[in-house]
Design a protein around this ligand. Structure first.
Ligand SMILES: [Zn+2]
Length: 301
């Protein structure tokens, strides 16, 4: 989105004039935290993180995969799977149609295989622009199949979680996905394979209570809301809000903390900047993960 800032009020919102690029500003996005104007180029260069206050903008599933996969190595699976209104829930069809238009995806998860820093991995990324990444039957199926495929090929899984929880329009079927995905994660883990999960804003509800917290290594982006219930529900229930992040002092609404996970040592126990997430999954540090993978394999035998 590009527009010209008018020189004075009378000129109004002028259209870009060829050859006058020196007065074109693409200040099209305002940071939600510090309210500074940002150009789209600036944001792209910073991986959609505000250069002034480090606010992490929400990005879609394909941008996530693009961020970490080596160029031209991503192969998508289950592209054709699409949710339907199983229970005839009123208004669900319209919601699905709107979500497909908004996100250009068939469901809230994109999954497949790619190479990360030259190592093959199975990958899934949830999309906040498709019904806030809510977990329905297709989401659960796609994630489970990602783990099953990774198990048969002995590959690690890298996942990006973002979710408002189970999709209420699918009722019990969406809740069943918690058990289904957890089972798939367990079988994948018992096979001695590694699962790295990155929690992004927001990761809540059924996704937090299942596969997102079952990873061997859990990373999270700063300022991400992570918990089982939303802030309002917690406040009403326990009469106090927050636990603060040790590095960014952001108040988290943590309802529980995973205990059997290995955290990345250079950041606070829970958060890790987007640039850093990309770097540690991308570069040689990936080898560390393979050591852990190897260790798991030896222990499972
Ligand atoms: Zn900012």
């Amino acid at each position: 989105m590009r527009f010209i800032t008018p020189k004075n009020a009378l000129e109004g919102h002028g259209k870009p004039v060829p050859g006058t690029s020196d007065i074109v500003h693409d200040y099209s996005i305002t940071c939600e935290k510090c309210k500074k104007a940002l150009t789209t180029d600036e944001l792209e260069n910073e991986l959609h993180v505000c250069p002034y206050c480090r606010y992490h903008f929400r990005i879609n599933a394909r941008q996530r995969i693009h961020m970490i996969a080596d160029a031209d190595t991503f192969t998508e699976h289950e592209k054709e799977l699409s949710p339907s209104n199983l229970l005839g829930f009123p208004g669900y069809d319209e919601k699905l149609r709107a979500a497909r238009l908004k996100s250009a995806e068939q469901d809230s998860t994109v999954c497949g295989e790619c190479e990360i820093g030259g190592s093959k991995a199975a990958i899934f990324a949830m999309d906040p622009f498709f019904m806030m990444g809510s977990m329905g039957s297709v989401t659960g199926e796609k994630i489970s199949r990602t783990f099953e495929r990774a198990l048969s090929a002995n590959l690690p899984v890298v996942g990006f979680a973002v979710s408002g929880g189970a999709r209420m329009q699918e009722g019990m079927v969406s809740l069943m996905q918690m058990a289904k995905t957890s089972g798939a994660v367990k079988r994948h883990s018992d096979g001695g394979n590694l699962f790295v999960c990155v929690l992004t804003d927001p990761t809540t509800g059924g996704v937090t209570a299942s596969f997102a917290m079952e990873a061997d290594i859990i990373l999270a982006e700063p300022y991400a809301m992570i918990g089982f219930a939303g802030p309002r529900v917690i406040e009403q229930t326990i009469r106090k809000i927050t636990f603060e992040c040790m590095s960014c002092s952001y108040p988290y609404n943590m309802t529980f903390v995973p205990t059997n996970s290995i955290y990345w040592p250079h950041s606070c126990p829970f958060c890790c900047w987007r640039k850093y997430i990309t770097a540690i999954l991308w570069k040689r540090d990936c080898n560390r993960y393979h050591y852990i993978s190897l260790w798991k394999k030896i222990n499972s035998e």
